[in-house]
Design a protein around this ligand. Structure first.
Ligand code: KG4
Ligand code: ZN
Length: 340
């Protein structure tokens, strides 16, 4: 089954073509809007919607060209219907409905998080259920027990900001530009000094369940403000390295602890922050030490993309599921619900 997947939940317009049973990406085209939002230091929803409108048709055409296929070769369509920015979701959903109506092909709405959770199969077809999934993106930070393509349970989640949001906010404080994750990753990765600024870990104060990024973010702000007030040279790399360590350490530790406690043998990481180099190396190291298999996708499949939506939706189409024509956008869909 070949499925075209559309993604437009935030600031990336993606179209992917996937051979679902073969777990193969045939095309994965992404138009990023980073340049549009950089001036504002964050995603401006109305501008994002307009960019999706501009990019959707060209990315679909480019995906077909990349795969050497046309709409006639496709067996179904999949589209992110939530969670995300309402206006942005509307554009992808409307495009998918129009393509489905015009072609008579079956279509399905997809939970964006389901795409992130299942993307690892596209590069590692040997992966098997069940596994522990760490989903870390601009909007989510969760640990889930994944028992099947449509069967999962939340184990842990952030109590306040998402991990990616914290990277973006710290990058803004350090004037590193937008999006902040890759900039912090680059600056921290190049920091050779031993004196990364010590910051509190991204865990709740009482040491209980969950993750917490608000205290860490405030600690960085206080450090930066103090240095600027006192006219000191701010060692941005030492701040970025200290923040990154404090942000990543609890994610890795709790992922491994949860997998072991649940008797799971595999850990999968997905979402934009799963492209972070420290997260990747630390998770691999911790999994190896604990006797767990670690499944990481390439950065292009960690970030928002249409191929992961095509694959997740394709599994639902194969199971006979179809979206109703009146399916609307679901901006607040939680990570465990089906999109339709
Ligand atoms: O999954 P994603 O592309 O979009 C959402 O669903 O939110 O994730 C985007 C987030 C942004 O906050 C971005 O700064 C972060 O992922 N990110 C990173 C890295 N690359 C992207 N964070 C840390 N290190 C990176 N290398
Ligand atoms: Zn995402």
């Amino acid at each position: 089954m070949i499925v075209l997947g559309l993604e437009s939940s935030c600031d990336e317009t993606g179209a992917g073509l996937v051979d679902v049973e073969g777990k193969r990406v045939l095309a994965n085209v992404i138009a990023s809007q980073h340049a549009t939002h950089a001036a504002y230091g964050g995603v401006v929803p109305e501008l994002a919607s307009r960019e999706h409108l501009r990019h959707l048709a060209p990315v679909v055409e480019a995906a077909f060209k990349q795969a050497g296929l046309g709409l006639d070769d496709v067996d179904g369509l999949a589209v992110t219907s939530g969670p995300g920015l309402a206006g942005c979701l509307h554009l992808g959903l409307s495009a998918a409905k129009a393509l489905a109506l015009g072609s008579g092909k079956p279509w399905i709405g997809v939970n964006h998080l389901e795409g992130h959770l299942l993307a690892a199969f596209l590069e590692q077809p040997e992966l098997e259920f069940p596994y522990l999934a760490l989903v870390v993106s601009g909007g989510h930070t969760s640990l889930l027990e994944v028992r099947g393509p449509f069967e999962r349970r939340r184990i842990d989640a952030t109590l306040d900001d998402a991990a990616g949001e914290a990277f973006d906010k710290v990058a803004k404080l350090l004037e590193l530009g937008f999006p902040g994750g890759p900039a912090v990753d680059a600056l921290a990765g190049g920091y050779a000094g031993a004196d990364a600024v010590p910051f509190p870990r991204a865990s709740p104060k009482d040491g209980g369940a969950g993750f917490s990024y608000s205290g860490l973010k405030t600690a960085v702000r206080v450090h930066v403000d103090k240095a600027r007030r006192q006219g000191q040279d701010l060692d941005k790399a030492a701040v970025a390295a200290g923040f990154q360590r404090a942000a990543i350490e609890p994610l890795v530790r709790k992922a491994v602890e949860s997998a072991l406690a649940l008797g799971l043998k595999r850990v999968v990481a997905g979402g934009g922050v799963a492209a972070n180099r420290l997260l990747r190396s630390e998770l691999e190291r911790a999994c190896l030490a604990a006797g767990l298999a670690c499944h990481l996708s390439s950065p292009a499949l960690c970030a928002d993309n249409g191929a992961m939506i095509a694959y997740a939706g394709g599994l639902r189409l194969l199971a006979g599921q179809r979206a109703p024509w009146d399916l609307g956008v679901q901006p607040s869909l939680d990570e465990c619900s089906a999109a339709c």
